[in-house]
Design a protein. Structure first.
Length: 260
């Protein structure tokens, strides 16, 4: 696992966009795993800027979202399918049908979760999976207690996550209780995992995930089991890391050709 500590969220966006640009350039049909929430927004803004400048294209790429709320009416602005289009995918040149999300409005939600998992497994695999982290250490919507081998399935949100996400809705009551999320095991199948976090509110969760024990109580700690993980942070998000100086020194002395 590589931990990269940078001065600002804008720098986080730039460094992660560099890694995504390499995937787009090296793979004929790149597959990106996209996260929602506010953490990846600096990455998306940077990618949109590069697309607008004519140096990046997503025309050959496919994308898979991590998760989706259950039961929001189609087109609800907080459905993750709508959200990702507004912050990223409709601002660049993904082709129609190339951005996939679990169907949280399906009548048969169990079948919808299984179909999403099957679509992920049937493809060539996710080249780079972007991740945020919840205040309780969740990735996707894998709440504490999620099996580290879990696959895409229905989950119930904790009160903390519903309260954290209530800022995007008009009231806490409007935040769905259920979601479909890729499992921890599904996420670990991606070739490269890139977790982004900024702000002091994420410091404790980041420290638990990166330096704590591997435990289902902190689902993001499962990243320690993956062979290629980059954790890209601003200074406040890194402020509880015991080995922060070591991570800074390592990154400062990294050969420039190496990338994330
Ligand atoms: C939601 C999403 C996660 C995201 C988390 C943190 O729970 N399902 O994928 O990482 O929120 O969101 P934010 O980045 O806004 O703090």
């Amino acid at each position: 696992m590589e931990v990269v500590i940078l001065p600002s969220p804008t720098d986080v966006g730039r460094v992660v966009a560099d890694a995504i640009a390499l995937v787009l350039c090296r793979r004929a049909h790149p597959v990106l795993g996209l996260a929602t929430g506010s953490s990846p927004v600096p990455v998306y803004d940077e990618l949109v800027a590069r697309y607008s400048a004519g140096v990046l294209s997503f025309a050959e790429a496919a994308a898979f979202l991590l998760d989706e709320y259950v039961g929001l009416p189609a087109g609800h602005p907080q459905s993750y399918a709508v959200y990702i289009a507004s912050v990223f995918t409709s601002r660049v040149d993904f082709t129609a049908g190339s951005v996939h999300a679990p169907d949280g409005s399906a009548r048969d939600l169990v079948a919808a979760a299984a179909a999403y998992e099957a679509a992920l497994v049937a493809g060539s695999g996710v080249d780079l999976q972007l991740l945020g982290i919840g205040g309780d250490g969740h990735i996707g919507f894998n709440e504490p207690g999620s099996s580290l081998a879990s696959r895409t399935r229905l989950k119930t949100l904790t009160q903390q996550t519903r309260a954290d996400n209530a800022r995007f809705f008009s009231s806490l009551d409007e935040v769905p209780r259920h979601v479909i999320t890729q499992g921890v095991g599904t996420i670990l199948d991606a070739r490269h995992l890139v977790l982004v976090a900024w702000g002091s509110g994420k410091a404790a969760a980041v420290a638990a995930a990166v330096e704590g024990p591997v435990t289902a109580m902190v689902p993001a700690s499962a990243l320690q089991l993956h062979p290629h993980v980059s954790v890209v942070l601003d200074e406040p998000a890194a402020s509880s890391l015991r080995l922060a100086d070591y991570y800074r020194e390592t990154y400062a002395n990294k050969p420039p050709w190496q990338g994330l």
